[in-house]
Design a protein. Structure first.
Length: 52
């Protein structure tokens, strides 16, 4: 379980760096504890190369 946490933390950090938010913001958005702004959502879509 520890390795998954480390990996998730690294992913959250990388996404946070690319989007310009704290990794904890990414974590809370993924877990539905926080709804990201449209600006952050747009940046996340681009960072993840997803289709809006």
């Amino acid at each position: 379980m520890r390795c998954r946490t480390c990996t998730a933390g690294a992913v959250h950090k990388a996404l946070g760096d690319e989007v310009g938010v704290d990794p904890s913001y990414i974590s809370r958005a993924i877990s539905s504890e926080r709804i990201p702004s449209w600006e952050v959502t747009r940046k996340l879509v681009r960072a993840l190369e997803a289709d809006p």
